[in-house]
Design a protein around this ligand. Sequence first.
Ligand code: UDP
Ligand code: MG
Length: 149
Amino acid sequence: METTFIMIKPDGVQRGLIGDIISRFEKKGFYLKAMKLITVERSFAEKHYADLSSKPFFGGLVEYIVSGPVVAMVWEGKGVVATGRLMIGATKPSESVPGSIRGDYAVEVGRNVIHGSDSVGSAQKEIALWFPEGLSEWRSEMHPWIYEA
Ligand code: UDP
Ligand code: MG
């Protein structure tokens, strides 16, 4: 099954949104495979967002990510990369539909609460970067109630 990397950004942690966000993924039927609260170094944030290093907002983005603890997670499920992006909403909160996490909780693109991998390939890279220690191997006893055989 597919896995994705989800990070609650420092504003989401400060605003007390951790429980709600985890709850949305849990209730959907995805499985939590790894999780940690961590404040990252500037060099680590730069590595995570390396693809955006030429963008004018890169400096501000790195400042934002290192400004406090984040919650780094790996979630597993069928289509979890694409569905996770839909649950998160569009990059700009002004374009994120109500019902999505950014649509419900964010106003500014530079305070958009959450990150989610944008493809299966970037999920693999991000999971390797954030969780070199590996993931938990488990499957919910509810599995047959969520997935067809
Ligand atoms: N970002 C920003 N200004 C922009 C575009 C992006 O501050 O004009 C920030 C925003 O926090 C976004 C992150 O950079 O979530 C990564 O950008 P990306 O295009 O990868 O958006 P995402 O995949 O997070 O939706
Ligand atoms: Mg992105």
